[in-house]
Design a protein around this ligand. Structure first.
Ligand code: UD1
Ligand code: CA
Length: 457
């Protein structure tokens, strides 16, 4: 944490090269919109009230992300360049003093530790500005770092404005700079639109500050992957891959076994406890929290759900917005959605779908069932092929099954309906009336055998 630092994230551009109807910074990598990724990184180094995001294109949507993260937005009505974006923040930012870290909102891989080093490098050098740079094999599109023979930084030249000789330079501007705030605000109005794009380039501040007699230094870092700027969907996929690799690595270091980690997709905010095993091709997304000693089977998808300790999800299951208490078991090929809740030791098996349904402790539905809008007690056995008819074409209705009930295979429960404690439903019954406790309900035609019957020829 750097107490005297403020951060401004530039996120007002459209991102034309994404070829998208959606603003670039709303595209997701690692399970989060790019702008959110930038804010979360900033929150690790600067106080919340000193973090700002410049919004413009699709301002309302981007602002919603900014506000959800609890930081402040600055509005840039017209996108006249990165320098202009910073100028738009003058009113809110100029009074803050200290240092101002500016970073482009399309650079999601930057680590908080690198921003911390940047601020320290700027302070140690007493520089007007320090810029993070790196060497890349292909510098197309990036601003180039131009140095003199002694290696001092002279200026940053944008790709579009660079001479053929300057285009040969492979040291690039990351778009992440730390300024002495006082000096930045003193000189920012010296920026001009004298370039092929007719924009106010923030990068021109380097030459401006040098002319004003202050120092400008570069912090060159060896790993270019951290500085990948997202301009198109190829780069977006690359950033996503790197963020996910970081996440699984972090989890493995913390004691989670991840089989074939390169195939697994885990969102940034997911939490997983020790000794849980995640199978190949699993996707664990949203706000999911998984306890200790669980098993997430191959190719299962778990979204924004809570799994307590010892839960087992067998392969090819899909669980969203649901809650599984300790030692519950699900799958293979099961689907739980819309606030399904399994109590301890409940077991949901093959090809069973649960929607907005509670299943009590130790209850089972092992094969081929649809249980929607239902409340199922403990120690219930739901036979194969059971269907709760929860929808009459207009409204949804509830099915309530009390503790210890046995529902025979292929039963149809027409909601609203209640089945009393300890009762037994004969296989293939159609149940549309209350079943009292401890009763046997038979809701089907009697079998008729016509002896001596012969086929007509
Ligand atoms: C910028 C840098 C370039 C650097 C590269 C690193 C400038 C002039 N160029 O180029 O030196 O190598 O990043 O990735 O700074 N934005 C606004 N308002 C605007 C224009 C842009 O908020 O008026 C935001 C965009 O939303 C984006 C960020 O600034 O998040 C960078 O803009 P972009 O157009 O992608 O800049 P680059 O051409 O990549
Ligand atoms: Ca960019």
């Amino acid at each position: 944490m750097i107490d005297d630092a403020a951060v401004v994230i530039l996120a007002a551009g459209q991102g034309t090269r994404m070829k998208s109807k959606m603003a670039k910074v709303l595209h997701r990598a690692g399970g989060k919109p790019l702008v959110r990724q930038a804010i979360d990184t900033a929150l690790q180094i600067a106080p919340r009230e000193r973090i700002f995001v410049v919004v413009g294109y699709q301002a309302a949507q981007v602002r919603a992300e900014v506000e959800a993260a609890g930081v402040q937005a600055i509005h840039q009505t017209e996108q006249l360049g990165t320098g202009h974006a910073v100028m738009c923040g003058e009113e809110k930012l100029a009074g803050l003093g200290g240092r101002l870290i500016v970073f482009v909102g399309d650079c999601p891989l930057i680590r908080a530790s690198t921003l911390q080093q940047l601020a320290e490098a700027q302070r140690d050098a007493k520089a007007g500005a320090t810029v993070i740079t790196t060497e890349v094999p292909d510098a197309t599109g990036y601003g180039r770092i131009i140095r003199d023979r002694e290696g001092n930084v002279l200026e940053i030249v944008e790709h579009k404005a660079a001479s053929p000789e300057q285009l040969e330079v492979r040291e690039i501007n990351s778009g992440i700079l730390c300024f002495d705030a006082g000096l930045l605000w003193k000189h920012i109005h010296e920026l001009k639109q004298d370039n092929p794009a007719n924009e106010f380039y923030l990068t021109d501040m380097v030459a401006i500050l040098l002319r004003a007699g202050s120092r400008v230094t570069a912090m060159k870092i060896p790993d270019p992957s951290e500085l990948l700027g997202i301009n198109n969907r190829v780069e977006l996929a690359e950033a996503d891959r790197i963020l996910r690799a970081r996440k699984v690595r972090e989890l493995m270091i913390e004691g989670v076994t991840i089989e074939r980690p390169e195939t697994v997709t885990i969102d940034a905010d997911v939490k997983i406890g020790m000794d849980t095993i995640v199978g190949p091709f699993a996707q664990i997304t949203g706000s999911t929290v998984i306890g200790e000693g669980c098993r997430i089977g191959a190719a299962s998808i778990v979204h924004s759900s809570v799994l307590e300790d010892g839960v087992e999800v067998f392969p090819f299951s899909m669980i969203s917005d649901s809650r599984l208490d300790a030692k519950a078991q699900v799958g293979p090929f099961a689907r739980l959605r819309m606030h399904a809740h399994l109590a301890e030791h409940a077991h949901i098996g093959n090809f069973v779908e649960l929607k907005n349904t509670e299943v009590g402790a130790g209850s089972k539905s092992m094969h081929l069932a649809y249980l929607g809008d239902s409340t199922i007690g403990s120690k219930v056995n739901v036979g194969a092929g059971t269907i709760t008819c929860n929808y009459d074409g207009h409204k949804k209705h509830r099915t309530t099954i009390a503790d210890g009930v046995f529902v025979g295979s292929n039963s149809t429960l027409i909601a609203p309906v209640e089945v009393g404690e300890g009762s037994y439903i004969a296989a293939a019954s159609v149940i549309n009336m209350t079943v009292p406790p401890k009763a046997l309900a038979v809701g089907r035609a009697r079998q008729v055998n016509k002896e001596g019957w012969k086929r007509k020829t």
